[in-house]
Design a protein around this ligand. Sequence first.
Ligand code: FUB
Length: 403
Amino acid sequence: MRRFPPIPALLAITVAAVSLVSLHVGGQTPRSGNPILAGWYADPEAHIFEQEYWIYPTYSAPYGEQTFLDAFSSSDLVSWTKHSRVLDAADVTWARRAVWAPSVAEKDGRYYLFFGANDIQNDSQVGGIGVARARNPGGPFEDHLGRPLVDKFVNGAQPIDPFVFKDEDGTYYLIYGGWRHCNAARLNADFTGFVPFPDGTTFKEITPSGYVEGSFMFVKDGKYYFMWSEGGWTGPNYAVAYAIGSSPFGPFDRAGRILQQDPAIATGAGHHSILHAAGSNRWYIVYHRRPLGETDRNHRVVCIDEMRFDVNGAILPVVITKEGVAADPLRNQASDGGLRFLSGPGRGAWSQEKACTIWAAVHSAVGCSVTLKRTMRADHEQEQTKRTGWCALNPLPCSIVLS
Ligand code: FUB
C-alpha cells in the first residue's frame, strides 16, 4: 500500500510553498533598492538578532543634533521598520552631542550597545566610548556605567567608532579608534571594564597601514578579516580597505580597497559592517555613501550590496548599486525547517502567523509537545502593534517552538 506523508508534514510543505509564492509575486524576487533606510544615517552596523536583521546607524546631522540613535529591523532586507531613539543622550548623564557609530553585541540574553559621544579632542574633555544595555535588540538601551568606558586617548586613538568583536573562543574584544589609530582591548565578563593582557597592557595598537577609523572584524575559514575606513568621511574618497591576520591582533598587512565611490552611482562609500546570512550563505556589506552632487557633508545614506570572495578567500571589490540586494528572508534560513513570521497591519503577513498557529495546533493534536511563545512589540512610530515570532520543528516531526 502506498504511504502518504503525515498531515503535519503536508501542512508544513504547504506553508513553506505559500511563503515562497508570496515572495515571488510576478515571478520577481523583490530587491532592497539603495538606500535601504529613509533619512540621513551613517556608520551602519548590521546584525541578525532574534531571527531579524537589525541595523544600528549614526543619525547623520550637525554634531549638536546627534543626541540619539535609531535602529531598524527587517525580516528580509527589503522592508525596514524604524525603532526611534533606542538610545537617547538625555538618559546618559555624560553624553551631550556627537553620538556616533554604535556597535551592538548580545551576551547572556542582554544586548549591549557601545557608542561614541561628545567627539572629545583631548584627555581633559568629558566623553569617549560608552556602553548601554537593553533586554531587547530594539532597546530601550540604558547607560550601563554612568560614565564612559574609554575616556582617554591611548596610543593616539581618539575614543570613537567602537566595534565589539566576539572571538571563536567566546572572548569579547573592543576594537576602536579614530585619528588614524586603532586599539584592541579585552572586555571583562559584564562589559564594565577590561582584562589586561598577559604582558600587563590593556590596549594593544593594531593599526594597519592606511587606517583612519571605522573598524570591523570577522572570522571566516579560520582567518581574521580586519576592515576599516580610510580617506576623509566628509569627502568623496572615503573608502573601505582590509587585511587578513591569524589572530585579532594581526599583524595586519593591508590587502587593498574593496569599497569606494563609483562616479556613476555615489561618492564617499565607507564606514561599513558585514552581514553573513548563514541560511543563504550570502555575505553583505552595509555601508553609507553620499548621493551624487551632494554638498552637505551630513547627507549620508545607508546602503547594502553583496560582498564576494575569491577561491583563496580574498575579498573581491564590491560593486555598489542602485538596486541593492535580493530579498533574503530569514524564515527560509531555518536549519530545522521552521517558519518565521512578522505580522502587522499593512505587511500582508497576518496569514504567516496564522499558519504557525495552525501548525502548532495540528502537532499538538497528534500528541507532539508544543512550546508556544510570542514576542509582542509595540511600534509607537507606526502606531501599531507588531508581533514577531518563530515556529520550528525541532526535531522533526514532533516538537514545535513558537517564540
Ligand atoms: O558619523 C560620525 C563619524 O563619521 C564616525 O564616527 C566616523 O567614522 C565617520 O563615519
